[in-house]
Design a binder for this molecule. Structure first.
Ligand code: SF4
Ligand code: SF4
Length: 292
């Protein structure tokens, strides 16, 4: 059965964890999501690694930080992550296997009871995969956008970071054989800050937003008094001390000390990728959050 139908009622059931996000998306929503770098071995136990950025939160909360009390996505119309626009598909899986992705999700805890995915055709749902082929143009476009966002991340900093990691981490046990090593975005920000003065100033604004957000999350965790939060609290404290150190390091850099590293055209490309035209001093969201 390679035909699958789908209809989202926006019940919010699958918004039970912070999503994968590209670096520009994390910058865009810096006052809402804590950004993290996830490093894993490409194949379990192998030396080769892969990296991506994602949002990080307390798993005990069992919800995405953008999910409103009404179970709706609070950023649906304000640059929702591209990975959320492809739900319930998976942009990392080839198109020819998406029917299997959907049917697997239908059996997973996050979707049970939502009745949004149906094998075959249904009068209440729209066919999204017919005979193994994607037929919904909206999802075809959304998958292309998410894959492009991932490609840009690899292009602008992922490749350089993997080179660094190969030298520093491949022989160590820091990256587990299975699962992820989660780090603050520091190594990514170091690459970004080295591109141009504009990028460095944006990184400083991002760090400030993240420190404020993490402090707020730590206070909320103290009030919750949930023993399951201890590991995440330790990680978030370490995020903040690492960000404070990086902040000092970036402040010490002369304003134009990076401009010889890459040519002006590449600087402009990089700044456009980061959506820096939207405002170097940080997003409106972060300013609102800092003022809160
Ligand atoms: S569980 Fe299904 S219906 Fe509910 S928000 Fe997710 S995709 Fe939509
Ligand atoms: S960003 Fe919105 S759509 Fe994505 S997981 Fe969070 S609440 Fe759900």
């Amino acid at each position: 059965m390679n035909t699958v139908s789908f209809r989202c009622t926006a019940c919010g059931k699958c918004c039970n964890s912070p999503p994968l996000m590209s670096l520009p998306e994390l910058f865009r929503h810096e006052g809402l999501f804590v950004g993290a770098l996830a490093i894993r071995r490409a194949v379990s136990g192998a030396r080769e690694m892969s990296v991506h950025t994602q949002a990080f939160d307390y798993t005990s909360l069992n919800r995405c930080p953008a999910l409103g009390e009404d179970q709706r996505c609070s950023i649906h119309d304000r640059g929702k992550p591209a990975v959320c626009a492809v739900v319930p598909f998976d942009a990392e899986v080839p198109d020819g296997l998406q029917h299997a992705v959907l049917l697997n999700r239908n059996r997973s805890e996050s979707y049970i009871g939502a009745n949004c995915i149906v094998a075959g055709e249904s009068t209440d749902h729209d066919v999204v995969v017919r005979d193994g082929r994607l037929v919904d143009n909206g999802y075809i476009d959304a998958l292309a956008r998410r894959r492009e966002a991932a490609r840009l991340d690899r292009h602008y900093w992922g490749g350089a970071l993997l080179e660094l990691l190969r030298r520093e981490l491949s022989a160590s046990n820091a990256v587990p054989a299975k699962g992820y090593l989660t780090l603050p975005l520091v190594p990514v920000l170091q690459i970004v800050a080295g591109v141009s003065t504009h990028c460095r100033i944006r990184c400083l604004a991002y760090i400030d937003s993240q420190i404020v957000l993490i402090d707020r999350m730590l206070v909320a965790a103290l009030q919750r008094k949930n023993s399951r939060d201890r590991d995440a609290t330790r990680e978030l404290r370490s995020f903040n001390s690492t960000y404070a150190r990086l902040r000092k390091q970036l402040e010490r850099c002369a304003a134009d000390s990076f401009t010889e590293i890459v040519d002006r055209e590449r600087q402009r490309d990089f700044e456009a990728y980061l959506e820096l035209d939207a405002g170097v001093a940080g997003s409106a969201e972060s300013q609102e959050s800092a003022a809160a």
